[in-house]
Design a protein around this ligand. Structure first.
Ligand code: GLN
Length: 305
């Protein structure tokens, strides 16, 4: 099977979902900060030995948004498994920015991939390392081998301007004692992590650590094989929020999505696939991106099932 042919075919299959006819809108709050065409679509596949293939807008840059949450979690786990005192491991079944369960569950977020959970993980990193967004950025640069990976200040300031919901979540968690660091500091690092910009190739390369059972590019370990299994399990059950069941049904891969329209999917021991297309469905996942990954696993049979 020729990978480039597969990617071309996948993009062709997803294309009719990438225009207005396929439905979906750009995340409203990002509209003011980004200049890209909402109908863009790009895909990159990185193999475990580091080869990259791409099609469409695979070298266009976008903010990784919630895709950062899996790297933040991996870093936190690599420093201490005490992070599980601050965040749970169950799908929430609620929107990614929801308050509902937080109030019922003593301020402990359901999982690390919803906004409240990522704030808790960021707080944990600040407690253990004294830093969060810096080490996340360093990890992404090292694994993607790209010095161009950076925090976009225009996106950070949009995140800050639209901070009210995230700030409210953080304050509720501080009240319960889940957050231990200064709330504004946690928010600042969280927003910078959301505003890291990458392209599909860089993000696919960075994600390989989860396809290699926790091994980094240089052969050192970020996670043990067991922790990597755990992260992939959480990606499958929680990585696409309250659409994780439908996503697993259609695609069958551990994956993390973000409101910029990025989705990073992991095929353990084989490769990663990163797809980016900005129109989102009602749950905040890329419409064309999900369709592309569904076509990819249908064509290749490379799902975890
Ligand atoms: N910056 C976004 C937010 O905080 C990230 C959420 C997402 O990508 N789903 O709401």
């Amino acid at each position: 099977m020729d990978v480039n042919e597969v990617l071309d075919e996948v993009l062709a299959a997803a294309k009719h979902h990438s225009g207005q006819s396929g439905g979906g809108e750009l995340a409203p709050y990002l509209r003011e900060a980004v200049g890209y065409d909402p109908d863009s679509i790009g895909i990159a596949l990185a193999t475990v030995d580091g080869d990259v293939h791409g099609a469409g807008a695979w070298r266009d840059r976008f903010s990784i948004q919630s895709v950062s949450k899996v790297f933040t979690l991996a870093l936190a786990l690599s420093t201490s498994d005490q992070v599980w005192r601050q965040v749970g491991r169950e799908p929430s079944g609620d929107p990614f920015n929801s308050f509902v369960l937080l109030e019922y569950e003593n301020g402990v977020p359901r999982n690390p991939f919803i906004n409240a959970g990522a704030l808790a993980v960021t707080d944990h990193l600040l407690s253990t390392l004294g830093e969060s967004s810096g080490p996340v950025l360093d990890l992404l640069r090292a694994e993607s081998t790209s010095a161009e990976v950076a925090v976009d200040p225009a996106i950070t300031s949009v995140e800050q301007r639209h901070r009210h919901r995230a700030a409210a979540l953080a304050h509720v968690m501080a009240e319960y004692g889940t957050l231990r660091q200064d709330v504004d500091l946690v928010l600042d690092h969280y927003f910078r992590q959301c505003a890291i910009t990458m392209d599909c190739a860089e993000l696919a390369l960075a994600g390989l650590v989860f396809a290699r059972h926790g091994a980094r590019r240089d052969g050192s370990r970020l996670l043990t094989a067991s922790q990597s299994k755990q992260v992939n399990a959480l990606l499958l059950t929680c990585g696409t929020y309250d659409a994780a069941g439908e996503f697993a049904y259609r695609v069958g891969l551990p994956a993390k999505s973000g409101v910029s329209g990025a989705i990073l999917a992991v095929v353990p021991q084989r490769c990663t696939v990163c797809v980016w297309s900005p129109r989102l469905d009602a749950k905040g996942n890329s419409v064309a991106g999900t369709a592309a990954l569904e076509a990819f696993t249908s064509l290749t049979g490379w799902s975890v099932f």
